[in-house]
Design a protein around this ligand. Structure first.
Ligand SMILES: C[S@@+](CC[C@H](N)C(=O)[O-])C[C@H]1O[C@@H](n2cnc3c(N)ncnc32)[C@H](O)[C@@H]1O
Length: 272
């Protein structure tokens, strides 16, 4: 990936790190748990969690492989890793090592891990196939990779409205969002092209009702969506917020504001 794109993504997650673990974004830890349920790691195994963020997958992975198994968790945003380390300590676990490391160039020896996990990280990488090949390198023969991505329906209709409201401020959604990888077929083709076998995918709805449109704005401020606001000055951000929250008000029901989090899980195996 071009270095400036990588630096931009890193700076973005440095910026949102201290708000990332907020209740409105609880789909991340719940998804991490689902991922480990799908993967079914055994006690004693060695797991690599790529783009670990604040540890949404690393923590349930550490719990599953304890006491003798170990998780290596990597990310490029140091602020995210610091929060992950804190979360680990609060959970009473001590079998995760955190590293500032690029998902596209791993500093681990070949054929070492039983499994590689990556939740909502792969679509940030410019060459997803090359990255998967690198992840395959560090897997033992027969070891498994599992990753998640959002389906095209995720965050509908809120994300579409955000996109439309942003365009009024001359900000456009760039290519490098989750929209690069949104179908089971694309995930299966990607796994196959990177040399994995026994590939499987499944789609799950991990959505829930937010209390109010303000919770959706909190998600915008605390996630990758924040990057689109950075092009605007404070006054424009306030104007956008007012316009956008007014526009999504019509989606509020007596249950609250539905947050669609349709998620794809993709799993493959390094040939034995
Ligand atoms: C949407 S967050 C997901 C974090 C976590 N896996 C979760 O499910 O909550 C994406 C993470 O990918 C990290 N990331 C992006 N590009 C990366 C790269 N090239 N190498 C390592 N981490 C990267 C970001 O810093 C961020 O923490």
């Amino acid at each position: 990936m071009p270095e400036d794109a990588k630096q931009k993504i890193t700076a973005l997650f440095q910026q949102v790190a201290n708000r990332y673990d907020n209740p409105a974004m609880r789909y991340f830890p719940f998804c991490g748990d689902r991922m480990i349920t799908h993967l079914r790691p055994r006690p004693g195994e060695k797991i690599l969690d790529i783009a670990t963020g604040t540890g949404a997958v690393a923590l349930p992975a550490a719990q599953a492989v304890a006491p003798h198994g170990r998780v290596q968790a990597i990310d490029l945003a140091e602020n995210m890793l610091n929060i992950a380390a804190n979360n680990l300590q609060r959970a009473g676990l001590n079998n995760v090592d955190f590293h500032l490391m690029d998902a596209e160039s791993l500093d681990f020896k070949s054929r070492y891990f039983d499994a590689v996990t990556c939740s909502f990280g792969i679509f940030f990488l410019s060459d997803m196939q090359a990255a998967l090949k690198e992840w395959k390198r560090v897997l033992k023969p027969g070891g498994k990779v599992i990753f998640t991505t959002f389906s095209a329906n995720a965050f509908a209709p809120l994300a579409e409205q955000f996109r439309a409201d942003l365009e009024l401020f001359d900000v456009t959604f760039p290519e490098e969002t989750w929209l690069r990888l949104t179908t089971e077929t694309e995930c299966l083709e990607l796994l196959h092209s990177a040399g994995f076998e026994n590939n499987q995918t499944t789609t799950e709805q991990l959505g829930y009702h937010l209390n109010s449109p303000a919770d959706w704005w909190e998600i915008i401020l605390s996630s990758g969506l924040r990057g689109f606001l950075n092009a605007l000055d404070n006054e424009q951000q306030e104007q956008l917020q007012q316009r956008h929250l007014a526009n999504i008000q019509s989606h509020v029901t007596d249950k609250g504001l539905w947050l669609d989090v349709e998620t794809l899980f993709a799993i493959g195996q390094r040939p034995a």
